[in-house]
Design a protein around this ligand. Structure first.
Ligand code: SF4
Ligand code: SF4
Length: 414
């Protein structure tokens, strides 16, 4: 048992395993507002890693419609209910009067573990894995007037009357992984070079304690090999071993394939105590730590997940606060009226598959100014330059998309 600091909770917590931190950490930001649920990410992962016998039901990357969808069925409602029972006084976030930080006052899945167990969890039944995309595109109920049920008055932000959104899910390569803590064989480990969490297939005996413990339900049991498997963070690509990467670190397959351009993944530098090294020119560090626009999924579980989400702007805030913690209002406000720097950084998504280690902005002309929901906003045509591992320039792009007009002699060219 270690007493560790979980910055997402704003406090220390008990973690039933030894504390160990990598030099760098695999981190991603998913912008929910842009996802079109095309499932290209899911297919990119499946065709790379889970196309063999025994892996039929495995979707290491899945995209589910919230609030009703979930893979396995109701995974989050189930774990939230268990956590609620362990926190009869409610799962409360309080402001620290001195630091102004939000502090989680309830018990995490580690602190609420039943006696004899490392983690509070449950093992999904087989039938819960049968319907990966049940309730796709299903919105909450909406009582409309008239026989044909047309909406009266239309919809407007901040909250739509009927709503749903897509939630993209992979293993979070957590800082304090529940799967690692629960494995009686010590078969699961976090790589020191990039924080990717892997299951050693030779050590695993298929006890499924990881499936029971992971609150995100991302380890999966292979009935053919009789051992558990999970997302491997496409580690050969992170190592620059994909032939297409020319030896330079590349993002995972689900990221590179994303049609909606919602995903950006990279590596952040980690201090010995697990805190993030200050590095505001790393786009992930900037969005998460400086701009406060991307938030962890269910931080109250306590695993310190490393996939962060820009929350959907049209969804009731209470629902989002339960899912992403108390930073939701600030994140949405900062996304809707982005600062000059944030607007530039948002242009980095999916311009390249190479991992961006730092960026630079060259200031451009003002394009226009306006008000968005009563808040002043100015757009500048800044240029943002992305650099890779060896400080090589990967690409440069501008805030304003350039318009190319074909010359008249080529007007019919395809
Ligand atoms: S999401 Fe689950 S499987 Fe992945 S590292 Fe965290 S606890 Fe382990
Ligand atoms: S590929 Fe991108 S846009 Fe398509 S479902 Fe996956 S995350 Fe969403």
């Amino acid at each position: 048992m270690a007493e560790v600091y979980n910055w997402q909770l704003g406090r220390g917590m008990d973690y039933p395993y030894e504390e160990r931190h990598p030099e760098k950490q695999f981190v991603a930001v998913f912008n929910i507002n842009r996802c079109i649920a095309c499932q290209t990410c899911s297919m990119a992962c499946k065709s790379t890693w889970t196309f063999s016998k025994g892996q039929e039901y495995m979707w290491w990357n899945n995209v589910e419609s919230k609030p009703y969808g979930g893979y396995p069925r109701n995974w989050d409602a189930k774990i939230l209910e268990l956590q609620d029972q362990a926190n009869p006084e409610g799962q409360v976030w309080e402001k620290d009067p001195f630091t102004e930080e939000d502090v989680f006052g309830g018990k995490t899945i580690f602190e609420a573990a039943p006696s004899g167990e490392q983690v509070l969890g449950y093992l999904p039944e087989q039938k819960e894995w049968r319907t990966p995309n049940l309730y796709e595109d299903t919105s909450t109920k909406f009582k409309a007037k008239g026989k044909i049920g047309l909406a009266d008055g239309g919809v407007s932000l901040p909250e739509h009357k009927a709503w749903f959104f897509y939630l993209q899910r992979i293993c979070n390569h957590c800082t304090y992984p529940a799967c690692v803590a629960a494995c009686p064989r010590k078969a699961i480990y976090k790589r020191p070079e990039d924080g990717i969490v892997l299951i050693d297939q030779k050590r695993c005996r298929g006890y499924r304690k990881c499936m029971e413990a992971c609150p995100y339900k991302k380890p999966m049991y292979n009935t053919q090999t009789r051992v558990s498997e999970k997302c491997v963070g496409c580690y050969p690509r992170i190592e620059g071993k994909d032939p297409a990467s020319h030896g330079r670190p590349m993002e995972a397959r689900c990221m590179g394939a994303c049609v909606g351009q919602i995903r950006l993944q990279g590596l952040v530098d980690i201090n010995k105590d697990g805190t993030w090294k200050e590095d505001p020119s790393n786009p992930l560090y900037y969005m998460i730590k400086e701009a406060g626009v991307a938030l962890p999924l269910y931080p109250q579980f306590g695993t310190e997940p490393n996939v962060y989400y820009i929350p959907p702007r049209w969804v009731p805030r209470d629902y989002l606060r339960q899912m992403f913690g108390p930073g939701v209002d600030t994140a949405i406000e900062n996304y809707m009226t982005p600062s000059r720097e944030l607007l530039s950084v948002l242009q980095l998504f999916r311009r390249s598959q190479e991992i961006i280690f730092r960026y630079e902005i060259v200031k451009g002309e003002k394009v226009f100014d306006t008000k968005i929901h009563g808040k002043a906003f100015a757009m500048y045509n800044d240029t943002i330059i992305a650099y890779g591992k060896d400080d090589n320039e990967i690409f440069r792009t501008q805030v304003e998309e350039p318009i190319y007009v074909r010359t008249s002699e080529r007007s019919n060219a395809i």
